[in-house]
Design a protein around this ligand. Structure first.
Ligand code: SUD
Ligand code: ADP
Length: 320
């Protein structure tokens, strides 16, 4: 009999931007209650999972040298969590994970969370698990507040720590320019800085989420641009004052509005249409206010399998 090794599975998974991010008070568990609107963008990582005798993680691409390849890699933590959930040996799951990154590391675009979500989806296919996306989302929430959204993608309202997801319907595409900063920012540091700013004064707070939902359903980027907001922006700018210049440069280059993405330091600029986004990106790249510029659109779907090679039969084991 032929022993069939299941073919590797590759999953594509999007970055996110928060169109609206309202941060409540710090909770006893150290998290903050959030009301946020996530949008998944066409800036994607690709994660391949394969059966392997030598388990581990390899990382290539954008910021790969800043990503741990050991037990703290979020995709590896996802492998171990799912293995435990389905009764496999979490210490020896016989899986290799290859991550090809395009999402900036520690950029406020949930790249690590995306890789974790991709690993969950990839393994469900590799191990032929009968597991619903909602069950995966339960597990995802244990890995990080942003992980469930990366499973669903599109546009969604997030509450709780950000892990409770409700889809926001809408068929309009929006065009973005993303400016990557020279170094990443730690998410806990940015939340701590917001707590500090709030203890000292009254940093700006975003308005009601309902208006943003209306802006989204109008499909009019001009209307949506007026409503974008992020409570973490003041904290990110306080830790990285150069972001003020970047935000100004994007709008000067012709974007409708610019915001810090999540905890930053990536800045995201909403543009009138795709052609404008390309022009804004070129001008921003020339302004010397950031490391790299990307054009993206959203919403796009969440983590999904893009390639499964044909099974490769391995030679049969011969028993004497
Ligand atoms: C800020 C946001 C906005 O979407 O995104 P990023 O900027 O990181 O991409 C998220 O809330 C980040 O989610 P995620 O990166 O998954 O956070 P986690 O790993 O769960 O938490 C990291 C740390 O951030 C802080 N944290 C996170 C989420 C939350 N609702 N309140 C918090 O205070 C806590 O200090 C926590 O220990
Ligand atoms: N697969 C991964 N990709 C990126 N970062 C990872 C990954 N696994 C663990 N990390 C760690 O998580 C931290 C936050 O990364 P990331 O999710 O990219 O940023 P953010 O939380 O700002 O969206 C990084 O500093 C990195 O050390």
């Amino acid at each position: 009999m032929l022993a069939v090794v299941p073919p590797p599975v590759t999953v594509r998974v999007p970055a996110k931007v928060n169109l609206h991010l309202a941060v409540g008070d710090v909770r006893p568990d150290g998290y903050h209650d959030l009301v946020t609107i996530f949008q998944a963008l066409s800036l994607v990582d690709e994660v391949t999972v394969a059966v392997a005798d030598e388990p581990g993680v390899e990382v290539y691409g954008e910021g790969a040298d800043q990503v741990p390849t050991g037990a703290s890699n979020l995709a590896w933590r996802a492998v171990q969590l799912l293995a435990t959930h389905v009764g496999k040996d979490a210490d020896d799951p016989k899986v290799r994970v290859v991550i090809r990154k395009a999402i900036p590391v520690a950029g406020g675009m949930a790249g690590g969370s995306a890789d974790a979500a991709a690993a969950l989806v990839g393994l469900s296919s590799l191990w032929r698990l009968d597991i619903s996306r909602d069950e995966l989302a339960e597990l995802a929430g244990k890995l990080g507040a942003d992980v469930p959204f990366a499973l669903y993608g599109s546009t969604a309202l997030g509450t709780g720590r950000g892990e409770r997801i409700v889809p926001v319907l809408g068929r309009h595409q929006f065009h973005w320019v993303l400016a990557f900063d020279r170094r990443g920012l730690s998410t806990p540091d940015v939340f701590d800085e917001l707590d500090r700013l709030r203890a000292e004064g009254d940093p700006p707070r975003v308005g009601a989420v309902e208006a943003v939902l209306e802006g989204l359903s109008s499909g009019d980027p001009r209307q949506l641009a007026l409503l974008l907001g992020n409570d973490l922006q003041a904290a990110a700018v306080s830790l990285r004052p150069n972001l003020r210049r970047t935000l100004r440069a994007g709008v000067d280059a012709g974007a409708l509005a610019g915001i810090v993405s999540g905890s930053g330091p990536t800045t995201a600029f909403l543009c009138e249409d795709g052609d404008t986004a390309v022009r804004v990106a070129a001008e921003l790249a020339g302004a010397g206010v950031c490391r790299t510029v990307r054009v993206a659109h959203g919403p796009v779907p969440g983590a999904r399998v893009i390639a499964t090679e044909e099974p490769k039969p391995t030679p049969p084991e011969v028993h004497a």
